[in-house]
Ligand binder design. Structure first.
Ligand SMILES: NC(=O)c1ccc[n+]([C@@H]2O[C@H](COP(=O)([O-])OP(=O)(O)OC[C@H]3O[C@@H](n4cnc5c(N)ncnc54)[C@H](O)[C@@H]3O)[C@@H](O)[C@H]2O)c1
Length: 328
């Protein structure tokens, strides 16, 4: 078994392609397994091998484990639209829960001991205190968050029963693109604020809808914790090193502890990019908390991780450059 062989499931996606780049830069032998439902083949670093397939297809995933013989699986593939998960929970049960159980069962079958799993701030639900830390109660308010919480539970049971080691990483709001412009395939049908802001700037949308301006925040719009994807990628690498060297299981929030309101993002586009973003205030959405942010003290303590690219200027300029390149 090649100790540097890593299987990245969902490695063609927005975050997965940055994680793939990070491991390739550290000279790992990376294989990406992805069905390209939302990912782009062109986003996969050309030092990595690509195998197309789905975690919902048992023979495809069995073949991949047989062929690759990884020491570690990084599992990023999932559906992630919270709103859609409330309308079509069946689709999310299948893609997220059943797909992840398939991955875990294959790990047991092929004696693969390490998993790094993409979880989310959505497992916490409405904050009971701020900043959120890893001890905050888990009470998801959408089905997407529930699927991630369930997968965390399955992983922890497999750790107890089958000796699997895990690093569960709960991302806050992923944003930005590789600052060297190596990844330029855009997220398909984005639901998050920042890509939508970019689409307004590029003239693909007439305006941004801001859902509510009467929240209990400094300017009345919701405040969120944005974390640059390259910082997320570094955290995967550091947590992988820790997992391999210490065989210790851990669960970490990946966030900055900083928060920006929707209007601060809009104003940032004007000051950092020289671009005006048209917007309209509309009704609040159900279930949006006023504020959502987390400290990352535990990630620093456990894996020595500190965000480097997650200031608003770097996030916005790295996204803007990629969107502009795509539109040329
Ligand atoms: N983007 C965020 O802000 C955010 C925040 C918290 C957690 N997450 C989690 O991070 C992970 C990655 O998110 P992303 O933003 O990169 O999303 P993404 O949609 O860009 O990436 C998901 C990747 O998984 C692939 N995929 C989907 N179903 C598959 C299947 N059945 N078999 C194989 N591949 C499949 C897709 O083609 C895509 O390449 C997800 O698990 C998501 O829930 C994302």
């Amino acid at each position: 078994m090649n100790p540097k062989k890593i299987l990245i499931i969902g490695g063609a996606g927005y975050i997965g392609s940055h994680v793939t780049l990070e491991f390739c830069n550290h000279n790992y032998d990376v294989v990406v397994f992805d069905n390209l439902s939302t990912g782009h083949k062109s986003n996969i670093d050309n030092r990595a091998e690509f195998i197309k397939g789905s975690i919902l297809n048992l023979s495809e995933i069995d073949d991949v484990f047989n062929k690759v013989k990884p020491t570690t699986v990084i599992h990023l593939s999932a559906l992630k639209a919270a709103g859609e998960s409330m309308i079509n929970p069946m689709k999310y049960s299948e893609a997220n829960i059943i797909g992840s159980i398939n991955v875990l069962n294959m790990m047991v079958k092929h004696n693969v001991k390490n998993i790094i799993f993409s979880s989310t701030a959505a497992v916490y639900g409405v904050p009971q205190y701020l900043p959120i830390n890893e001890l905050h109660p888990l009470n998801p308010v959408n089905y997407y968050g529930f699927t991630k919480k369930s997968i965390e539970d399955y992983i922890q049971w497999y750790a107890k029963l089958k000796g699997i080691h895990y690093s569960i990483l709960r991302y806050f709001n992923a944003a930005g693109y590789d600052v060297n412009g190596k990844i330029i395939g855009l997220e398909k049908e984005p639901q998050n604020l920042l890509p939508i802001v970019m689409e307004v700037i590029m003239g693909e949308r007439s305006h941004l809808n801001i859902f509510g301006n009467d929240y209990n925040t400094m300017d009345g719009t919701c405040e969120r914790d944005y974390i640059h994807v390259s910082d997320l990628a570094t955290a995967h690498y550091l947590s992988y090193r820790k997992l391999i060297n210490n065989n210790e299981n851990f669960l970490l929030n990946l966030a900055t502890g900083e928060k920006y309101s929707v209007l601060e993002v809009v104003n940032g586009c004007e000051s950092f990019l020289g671009e005006k973003v048209n917007y309209k205030f509309t009704d609040r959405r159900l279930g949006d908390p006023d504020l959502l942010y987390s400290d990352s003290n535990l990630a620093f303590e456990k894996i020595g991780w500190k965000p480097q690219f997650s200031d608003l200027k770097t996030i916005l300029t790295s996204m803007y450059n990629v969107y502009k390149k795509n539109r040329n």
